[in-house]
Design a protein around this ligand. Structure first.
Ligand code: HEM
Length: 503
């Protein structure tokens, strides 16, 4: 009996200690650090146990059908608000909006990306996004070749072909989830940008390679929001779901490696010089940017695979969601785009970078979708690796900082009537002197989006191709609610019928 009581007492003490540990870590310490920033003048402060900022999003969905409602209203109501402070689990995070402070933040070199909320994505993409310093600059220089003007120009026929292949599947049909379709299109375009047709027909566990990688991103996204990650952090990475994700990814990379190695070994440099449609691997082979040994100018095959996976993870969701949303906006905001397309693109050969540049309304429409929808409402949080000062604010080592991208897109100081979808605002001269931090969908500074020109090109080519081919019809009873997953996305999949214009 005595032993039983002693055991129960021991368990009770252990439980109490655990509760004290969690209360201290997740409440006392977090709140006291937040108060430190409130005392320095951050008036907009919001704490909620564990989920922090996400609670605001959940409330916004319930009350307004838009997870971003609160954030879109913030600067509309307080255009001069410089920053807010909130929490994510036990982490305190400051969001910056003031353009001068953003300038200082982007230049600050004492920020790292390896902390809570971010490290989980590092498990599946160890490339550019998470490289820092010298390594980052060196790889960024080499990989920028993927987005060289010439390569992007060469991509247009490839992109057209990808769209045409999809059109055969959807002609006169109702697609029940246009974001998913957007992701499939984008996934295919990233594969062809890097590797042309090298992966065609390849399967992993019965799925195409892009489906397999998309599945991995989805699994990691749901783990990032799980209670076990919020409570136990990195410890989760060695077990269960994450262990199986890592195993799958390792096998996928092995398959990629074999194909790329064979391709490099069988490339004839002379023939390559005359090849018309080159992909990134061709450019890297030509410039000796890829080799068995890593050097100042080159990366290894393993690294290029790592980068490919990183590009897929970074590009697939963001561009795929934007493409799906573009189709939605095309349905609800009937536009003059059809007219501009008909006037500019008369034959398939007219579709090139020059004609796309000439289509001013197309550019304005895409800008307006990037502003209004803002798929990336923020960047990956950065953690201060020492005490820093931004403006008058002294920020303690360990605090997370972030950029409020979407908040500024709804600031009336920069965008008149910000809650109105109005592409014309980009053409009436009012935004000619707009500060680039105010419209920042691809972020800024050294980690800005390397794929931004490619993303805009594939979306513009997509709009042209879709509107040339189809009349788009959104289900009449469709209800748009914006939720937050890894990125912002519609709660109800977007259903559109693609009626062929060639009856
Ligand atoms: C509409 C589409 C897209 C949007 C809105 C977008 C947005 C962003 C943002 C906000 C960042 C900064 C993230 C941070 O610093 O934490 C970023 C980085 C990045 N994006 Fe994109 N992106 C898009 C499409 C793409 C595409 C298509 C690719 C690849 C083909 C891509 C590849 C990358 C990479 C590799 C980085 C990391 C760059 C670095 O750290 O140097 N993105 N993107």
């Amino acid at each position: 009996m005595n032993i039983l009581i002693q055991a129960l007492l021991l368990i009770a003490v252990l439980l109490l200690l655990m509760i004290l540990f969690f209360v201290n870590k997740y409440y006392i310490k977090t709140r006291s650090l937040m108060r430190y920033y409130e005392n320095q003048g951050i008036n907009n402060s919001y704490y909620f146990p564990l989920v922090g900022k996400y609670k605001r999003m959940l409330d916004s969905i319930k009350e307004h059908g838009d997870c971003m409602h609160y954030y879109k209203q913030l600067l509309t109501n307080q255009p001069d608000c410089k920053y807010t402070v909130t929490n994510l689990a036990h982490n305190v995070c400051i969001y910056f909006y003031d353009l001068e402070l953003l300038n200082q933040l982007y230049k600050c070199s004492d920020l790292v990306k390896h902390q809570f909320g971010v490290e989980i994505f590092k498990q599946v993409m160890a490339g550019l996004v998470f490289n820092e310093g010298e390594e980052h600059s060196r790889k960024r220089k080499i990989l920028s070749q993927a987005f060289h003007y010439q390569l992007l120009q060469n991509m247009i026929p490839q992109l057209s072909q990808i769209y045409e292949e999809f059109f055969e599947k959807i002609r006169n049909k109702r697609v029940s989830d246009c974001i998913m379709m957007g992701q499939e299109i984008v996934a295919e375009s990233i594969v062809r940008l890097f590797f042309s047709n090298s992966f065609q027909g390849l399967k992993f566990k019965g799925k195409t390679m892009t489906e397999a990688v998309s599945g991995i991103i989805e699994r990691v996204g749901s783990m990032a929001k799980s209670a076990s990650y919020a409570l136990f952090g990195k410890i989760c990475f060695s077990f269960g779901q994450m262990a199986s994700v890592k195993k799958d990814l390792k096998q996928i990379k092995e398959i990629y490696k074999e194909i790329i190695t064979n391709r490099i070994n069988s490339t004839n440099l002379e023939e390559l010089q005359h090849k018309k449609q080159k992909d990134l691997i061709d450019y890297l082979i030509e410039s000796k940017g890829i080799s068995k040994i890593e050097s100042e100018e080159s990366i290894t095959i393993d690294q290029i695979i790592e980068e490919f996976v990183t590009f897929q993870v970074a590009g697939l969701d963001s561009s795929g969601h934007t493409l799906g949303m573009v189709l939605y906006y095309l349905c609800i905001f009937p536009e003059k785009l059809v007219e501009e397309i008909e006037q500019t693109i008369k034959t398939p050969d007219d579709l090139n970078t020059e004609s796309i540049k000439k289509m001013k309304y197309l550019g304005a429409f895409v800008n307006e979708v990037l502003r209004y929808y803002s798929v990336a409402d923020q960047i990956f949080p950065r953690t201060c690796n020492k005490d820093i000062q931004i403006g008058d604010l002294i920020i303690k080592k360990g605090t997370q900082v972030n950029v409020g991208i979407i908040e500024n897109h709804y600031n009336p100081k920069y965008f008149k009537d910000p809650h109105q979808f109005n592409p014309m605002r980009w053409l009436d001269g009012s935004l000619d002197k707009l500060n680039s931090y105010a419209f920042n969908p691809f972020s800024s500074g050294k980690h800005n989006c390397i794929g931004q020109h490619f993303a805009q090109l594939e979306i513009k080519v997509g709009i042209i191709k879709f509107l040339q081919e189809f009349d788009l019809e959104l289900d009449q009873d469709y209800k748009f609610i914006l939720k937050f997953s890894f990125l912002t996305e519609p709660l109800n999949p977007i259903p559109i019928t693609f009626k062929s214009k060639k009856q």
